[in-house]
Design a protein around this ligand. Structure first.
Ligand code: NAD
Ligand code: ZN
Length: 351
């Protein structure tokens, strides 16, 4: 088969590799019908994720059709159209029992880490992929949900909802500020209303992304390139700050923007993946009774979010901006990597 193989920092190729095989009784093989590229893949390609070794097939999102099942798989059948979760989890270890799939203790890839696809084992940017613990890592798709709508549920929507909205403890009537309106920030914006947020404020430097934010549920859009962006946000509250500030970028400056915006008693939900340490002004923050949360997505809410997508209640397809053939994945990477010019948000590659 053909697959997108990582060959060290800055190097990748769509090339011929051996077909994946069933290795454990709980595995299935999925023919990939649709996949996409995540910002994390760009980090890997820069060499920022040293756990990814040369020869690894990238990708952790996808929709496909099951072609082969291991003898211990009980809920998935050959021919099923499935959504692949970015987290593979055994479902029976002590962390899985707590819903912390992100820290599954099974020793596929590495014990204690559920994000293994395109990281510690071969991923979804390929014609076929082996999925471990298929009963707990794959979700059968209703026929009328197109690949394009389902694709966002592998990672983007569960991440925004679980790490932003749920960890941020969004409640009826609150004001939520979301710093960063990339796919993940937009997923926070699109799901904050599920828990009754009254005001959802999108903050980004890119007007194009702020426009999209408005389409998917932001009540207010503020460009943080303006001198008085902070006053503009605070003016939307009673003057004390927002109830929930969600960081969806992954750099120190935007984390500080969140601690600056949050009111006493509020929540800062960090969703971004950080590559360096951030300044935490505890000397000012301790007296404000602020809760700070962070984490790797579990995807435990995926079935619920899939129900909403199936009912047309989540704006999933709006985030897909570019479409490519699967074997033209190199052009897809160029478009996605050059988002400032191409305005690419989510690129989709299909057979
Ligand atoms: P992205 O790069 O597409 O979007 C980031 C957005 O932030 C862009 O729109 C950019 O214009 C904006 N931005 C940059 N600097 C800004 C500033 N100073 N002020 C306001 N906006 C600014 O990223 P994405 O794909 O949406 O992902 C967001 C983050 O979530 C990344 O760090 C990603 O690695 C992380 N992530 C976390 C998890 C998890 O499990 N916690 C899962 C997936 C992704
Ligand atoms: Zn487990």
């Amino acid at each position: 088969m053909k697959a997108l193989v990582y060959h060290g920092p800055g190097k990748k190729a769509w090339e011929e590799v051996p077909d994946p095989q069933i290795q454990l009784p709980t595995d299935v093989i999925v023919r990939v019908d649709t996949t996409t590229i995540c910002g994390t893949d760009l980090h890997i390609l820069k060499g920022d994720v040293p756990a990814v070794t040369e020869g690894r097939i990238l990708g952790h999102e996808g929709v496909g059709t099951v072609t082969e099942i291991g003898p211990a798989v009980s809920t998935i059948e050959v021919g099923d159209r499935v959504l692949i979760s970015c987290i593979c989890s055994c479902g029976s270890c002590s962390y899985c029992h707590q819903g912390l799939y992100a820290h599954c203790l099974a020793d596929e890839g590495a014990s204690g880490i559920g994000w293994i696809l395109g990281h510690l084992i071969d991923g979804t940017q390929a014609e076929m992929v082996r999925i471990p613990f298929a009963d707990n890592s794959l979700y059968r798709l209703p026929e009328h949900v197109p690949d394009e709508a389902a694709l966002l549920l592998s990672d983007i929507f569960p991440t925004g909802f679980e790490m932003g909205v749920q960890y941020g403890q969004v409640k009826p009537g609150v004001t939520v500020a979301v710093v960063g309106a990339g796919p993940v920030g937009l997923a926070v914006i699109a799901t904050a209303g599920l828990y009754g947020a009254a005001q959802i404020v999108a903050i980004d430097l890119d007007e194009n992304r702020l426009d999209l934010a408005k389409q998917v549920g932001a009540t207010h859009c503020i460009n943080s390139g303006t001198a008085d962006w902070k006053q503009q946000v605070i003016a939307l509250t009673d003057g004390y700050g927002v109830d929930v500030a969600v960081e969806a970028v992954g750099v120190p400056a935007t984390f500080t923007m969140c601690t600056d915006l949050v009111r006493p008693g509020g929540h800062v939900a960090n969703v971004g993946v950080h590559g360096t340490s951030v300044q935490l002004d505890l000397q000012n923050l301790w007296i404000q009774n602020i809760t700070i949360s962070m984490g790797l997505v579990n995807t435990t809410t995926l079935p619920m979010l899939l129900k909403l997508v199936a009912q047309g209640k989540l704006p999933a397809t709006e985030l897909v901006t570019h479409r490519f053939e699967l074997d033209d994945i190199t052009s897809a990477y160029e478009t996605f990597g050059n988002a400032a010019e191409t305005h690419a948000l989510k690129v989709m590659m299909s057979r």
